[in-house]
Structures are given as C-alpha cells and as structure tokens.
Ligand binder design. Structure first.
Ligand code: NAP
Ligand code: ZN
Ligand code: ZN
Length: 347
C-alpha cells in the first residue's frame, strides 16, 4: 500500500480539506501514476454536494487526471516508467459483456467502476479520484498522452473532451450540419472546438452576454443570447443538432423548438431535477431528444490522438489545491475560462 496525500469532501456541505488515503499495492497489470494535473468538472460539484443522491464520503473527486508513470506491474505492456499517462472517468468494468467487448465500457452491463465515488468490482473498496498525489490503476483503463501538447490543458480532455467528442462522432456531425452548443463552460467550450474542427456551422447558445467574444475566439460562427426572445424566435427550426451542456435545471422545450425536422437534442449536462417535455414538441418536427455518457476507452484514446494531431486542448486556469472551494463557487457563477485545473504540486 502506498500512502497518498489528497483533498476530500467529508459531507455535502463542508469545504473540501486535507485527507490521506492508501493506494493499493501494484498488481501485475497495474500502473502507478504521479498525478501532475487534475481538471475540475461540474460533476465533481454535483457529487460533492450529493445532488445526484449517490455520494459516498469521504469523497476524493477528480476524473480528469494526467501525470507520469512511476511504476508498472510485471505484466504491463503499454506503459513504462516516465511515460505520460491519463485516467478519465472509469477505472474498471466487467470486460465480458457485449458493451465492454465493443469498447463501450461506460455502458457496461456488469457495472463500470467510476474513478471516484464508486465501489471497485469487489463491491467494497471505495475509489478515490485525482485530487490526490498518485493513483494506481489497471493499464486497461490508462490512456496514452502525447508529449506534444501542454499537459495542464490536456487534463480536461479526459472528461470534458471525450463527453463532447463521443456524441459528435456518434451522430456523425460534419460539414453541412448546423449545430447549437448550449452552455459555454468546460464541456461547452470543448463541444465548440470539436464541432468546428469536424466542419459544422456552430452557434453558441449562452445565457451570458459576456461570453460572446470568447465564443467567437473558440471558433463559433454565431452567438445567440438565450435570454433574448427575438433571438430564440429567429432560431426556430434552425438546427440539425443541439448539444446541451447546461448543469442547472432549464427548460428543454425552448431548445427543442430550435431543432429542424429530424433534429436531435443531445443532453450531456446532468441537472439534478427532471425535465418536463410535452410529446408535441417532439412529434411536430419528428425531433429526438437523446443523451450520451462520457466515452469508452478506445474512443477516449482516439480523441486524445485526434487532439494531438489537430493541436486541440482545453482553455484552462490553473489553481492550487487549497483554492478548490473558491473554484467551485466561481464555477457556480459561470466564472471560469473555461476549466479549472489543479496543479497537484501545490498539495
Ligand atoms: P460548467 O463548466 O459549470 O458549465 C456549465 C454551463 O452551463 C455554464 O458555463 C453556463 O453556460 C451554463 N449554465 C449554468 N447555470 C445555468 C443556468 N442556471 N441557466 C442556464 N445555463 C446555465 O460545467 P461542465 O463541467 O461543463 O458540466 C456541465 C454538465 O455536464 C454538468 O451537469 C456535468 O455534471 C455534466 N457532465 C456530464 C457528463 C456526461 O457523461 N454526460 C460528463 C461530464 C459532465 P452559459 O454561461 O454559456 O449559459
Ligand atoms: Zn466530468
Ligand atoms: Zn461490461
């Protein structure tokens, strides 16, 4: 066992603070990674505050992990000491069900294992995430990270990146498609970058007027303020796809109305409260509403390789571990451009 410094939530309301945990002994297929940077996802806030009702405390959040390999088990073939490596939202799955065989571990029928706030497949051991100095995990769930990119800006690709890349690929978004990205935060800014890179015509749909300049800099062709009724009317039946990244409860029907015939609204944002959707809003233009969960391991590697090839990274503000509570408050106000990343050297 190796003793590791970390930061944890002890309950749903207190600030995060120091915590110490034990990482397991290196098994034959395990990789030990010294964590250098970890991104701060809004899912961390939802779970720290028990907004999804599934929280286990103490909780060490963090599933946008990058670092250097410091040790490998005897049967590890993909990694050696000194390599860069990444860990995203999953650290294990059953490996046997049809979903796992297809590389869709996030939809594992036997139950995939989250990087934190989850139980290992033994049903007992709690998983602890990247707000910590090191992690030990099986090489099958460790990603290769290019030396070409700025490492701190790579961290958010492990969740915000794959969560937007995967549905854009699944629905075949490409040149000729009109795509709306709803919400300019961690996921939203990656959705803009990928949709533009795949050739789509991209409109940023935001409730923050101050984000227009950034949306255009990130590559959006248009900016639409969702609080402006005239703007909303002008976008009726406009989009082929909307990718909804909003973390707070909001009215889905406003955006369904912007979808053209056969249009698809892809929900990746996970607000705590359910939404009401009258069937008529789908029936009239044969619209669909869909969801998508992160991405499987092969596709996460594909996304990282795509980013290295096309020089795509996240826009980040690097923070010290002790500033995490303030960072959460700022995220709740939409005051982040566009992902906080913790420098674990400060822990
Ligand atoms: P984030 O950085 O906090 O961004 C959320 C954005 O939503 C904000 O920047 C804001 O954009 C918009 N927003 C926030 N409050 C709003 C409100 N009251 N009304 C309207 N818009 C509001 O969050 P994130 O890390 O990107 O995560 C977004 C959501 O995706 C979270 O719910 C998270 O749990 C979820 N998530 C899902 C998956 C998955 O697998 N499906 C994976 C990761 C995260 P504007 O200012 O531009 O309006
Ligand atoms: Zn996440
Ligand atoms: Zn499985």
């Amino acid at each position: 066992m190796s003793h590791t410094k970390a930061y944890a939530a002890y309950d749903a309301t207190s600030p995060l603070r120091d915590f110490e945990l034990q990482r397991r002994e290196l098994g034959p297929k395990d990789v030990q990674i010294e964590i250098l940077y970890c991104g701060v996802c809004h899912s961390d806030i939802h779970q720290v505050r028990n907004e999804w009702g599934n929280s286990i405390y103490p909780m060490v959040p963090g599933h946008e992990i990058v670092g250097r390999v410091t040790g490998v088990g005897s049967d590890v073939t993909k990694f050696k000491e000194g390599d860069l490596a990444g860990v995203g939202c999953l650290v294990d799955s059953c490996r046997e069900c049809p979903k796992c065989k297809e590389g869709l571990e996030q939809y594992c029928e036997g139950g995939s294992v989250g990087t934190y706030n989850a139980l290992e497949r033994d049903g007992k051991t709690v998983t602890y995430g990247g707000y910590s100095k090191q992690i030990v995990t099986t090489e099958d769930f460790v990603l290769k990270v290019s030396e070409k990119l700025d490492l701190q800006a790579v961290a958010p690709l492990l969740c915000a990146g794959i969560t937007t890349y995967s549905p854009l690929r699944h629905w075949g978004i490409t040149k000729g498609h009109k795509v709306g990205v709803l919400g300019l935060g961690g996921l939203g800014h990656m959705a803009v970058k990928f949709a533009v890179s795949f050739g789509a015509e991209v409109t940023m749909l935001s409730h923050s007027p101050s984000k227009e300049t950034d949306a255009r800099r990130l590559g959006a062709h248009r900016f639409a303020l969702t609080s402006n009724e005239e703007t909303i009317k002008s976008l009726a039946n406009h989009f082929d796809f909307i990718i909804d990244t909003v973390s707070a409860p909001h009215d889905y029907n406003v955006y369904l109305g912007m979808l053209n015939t056969n249009g698809v609204m892809i929900c990746v944002g996970a607000p705590p409260a359910p939404a009401q959707i009258p069937a008529f809003n789908l029936i009239f233009q044969r619209r669909s509403i869909a969801g998508s969960l992160i991405g499987g391991i092969p596709e996460t590697q594909e996304m990282l390789d795509y980013c290295a090839e096309h020089n795509i990274v996240s826009d980040v503000e690097v923070i010290a571990m002790k500033d995490i509570n303030e960072a959460y408050e700022r995220m709740m106000k939409g005051d982040v451009k566009y992902r906080f990343v913790i420098d674990l050297a400060t822990l």
